[in-house]
Design a binder for this molecule. Structure first.
Ligand code: TRP
Length: 330
């Protein structure tokens, strides 16, 4: 497989949690050895599709950047930048919006679940148009491959539809980007294993964050919701709590869920919780230390973002000038 250019984005939700790490960030780090041209963005414009408190948003942009660096996203190997510092994202989004039938957007599963059912006098046009901004992100860099979670596959499909339609009108301009699916399942909430682990859950106990102390990690696993059966099996439909712990164990140790169950044969969920907590204490310890170092070095993080935005802008300016010419603006 020839990967010419990778683009991916993550929303600045604050300090990353285990779901972000296992579902996206870890894959971002390992892809750095497989591709020469990688662009990773903290997509702050996407966050604005729902209301944000300004000071908190500003802090969260920084925290997410720090987490990416602490996990091993390397500014010498990848371009890492803040989306709003490259205005061509919003510019290309408008150009693509004007060619995207609104029916395509009405059919997006995420919109149907989150937006279409909300009060139309409250929910923003930005939330509806969000997938077009995502398409603009990817196409602005002519990315060929996009690491995404399963829940973003449909948006990437839309990106390909938009690229194809543009190409058929104006001639071959954009590659049709392919997904790079991370092979790990979604990490669910430790309090309600039927829901995804998420920053928006107001129960702190529902998620492990990358800056949790060893004691916090142990406590959160001890309190993780399981069931009264006790033994260890992998059956997400019938036993979501235990299965989520097996999924996390499998993802962190990179052994299959079957092997995890074999390894815990004859043992109880409390054993799995304890062992999992210790593995994560070891794994996340060095990341937490790097987060602390980076947080005390504001100048460094600023420099990374400034340099990243300059490099991203150089590509974006070049591509947008071709695009504006093609559509007749210049
Ligand atoms: N929509 C993605 C999410 O919520 C984030 C994102 C924005 C993204 N732009 C992107 C992912 C471009 C991949 C490529 O997870």
């Amino acid at each position: 497989m020839v990967i010419q250019r990778i683009f991916s984005g993550i929303q600045p939700s604050g300090v990353a949690h285990l779901g972000n790490y296992l579902g996206a960030i870890r894959q971002w780090v390992s892809l750095q050895d497989k591709c020469e041209s990688i662009v990773y963005s903290v997509v702050d414009l996407h966050s604005l599709s729902v209301p944000q408190a300004p000071l908190l948003l500003k802090r969260n942009i920084r925290s997410m950047t720090v987490c990416l660096l602490a996990c091993g996203v390397d500014p010498d190997k990848s371009i890492i930048f803040q989306q709003s510092q490259v205005p061509q994202h919003a510019q290309l989004m408008w150009l693509l919006s004007c060619r995207t039938p609104s029916g395509w957007l009405s059919r997006m599963t995420q919109w149907k679940a989150k937006g279409a059912t909300s009060d139309r006098d409250v929910v923003s046009l930005g939330l509806f148009a969000y997938p077009v901004l995502m398409a603009a992100d990817v196409l602005l860099y002519k990315a060929t491959h996009v690491p995404v979670g399963e829940d973003q596959l449909q948006h990437l499909e839309l990106t390909r539809d938009i690229a194809r339609s543009f190409n058929s009108t104006y001639g071959a301009t954009f590659p049709e980007p392919k997904p790079l699916l991370s092979n790990h399942k979604r990490v669910m909430s430790l309090r309600n294993p039927l829901q995804k682990m998420s920053k928006s859950d107001n129960q702190e106990m529902s998620r492990i964050t990358l800056s949790d102390t060893p004691d916090e990690i142990r406590k959160k696993f001890r309190r993780a919701v399981t069931d009264s059966i006790g033994n260890i099996t992998f059956d997400p439909a019938e036993r979501p709590g235990v299965s989520n712990l097996v999924t996390i164990y499998s993802a962190v140790t990179e052994i299959s869920t079957e092997e995890v169950c074999l390894q815990f044969e004859g043992k109880q969920s409390v054993d799995l919780k304890e062992e999992l907590a210790e593995i994560l204490v070891d794994k996340l310890g060095p990341i937490r230390e790097r987060i602390e170092q980076l947080e005390s070095d504001e100048g460094y993080v600023d420099d990374v973002l400034t340099r990243g935005a300059e490099r991203a802008r150089a590509i974006a300016e070049d591509n947008i000038s071709t695009i504006t010419r093609l559509v007749g603006l210049s």
